[in-house]
Design a protein around this ligand. Structure first.
Ligand code: SF4
Ligand code: SF4
Length: 68
């Protein structure tokens, strides 16, 4: 689904090969980008990301990549 402009929105990715489901990213993100379903942390609202990089620094295993 493509709506309107598609530039300026950061991409948020979790490397599930590294993620230990500690949920730190959920509590760290000021924009509520992360959520949880079935015990697995997921990127639910990437359009809200302001690329503050808080989650990238907070993740203990370096599983998060935010690309502006
Ligand atoms: S970069 Fe900031 S706003 Fe974006 S997902 Fe991470 S903590 Fe949330
Ligand atoms: S902070 Fe990192 S390891 Fe913890 S749930 Fe989020 S992506 Fe996974």
């Amino acid at each position: 689904m493509l709506i309107g402009c598609d530039y300026g929105m950061p991409e948020v990715e979790i490397d599930y090969g590294l993620c230990i489901s500690c949920k730190t990213c959920i509590s760290t993100c000021p924009m509520g980008v992360y959520g949880e379903s079935g015990g697995k942390v997921s990127v639910e609202s990437p359009q809200e990301c302001i690329a503050c990089m808080g989650c990238v620094g907070a993740c203990p295993v370096g599983a998060i990549t935010v690309t502006e």
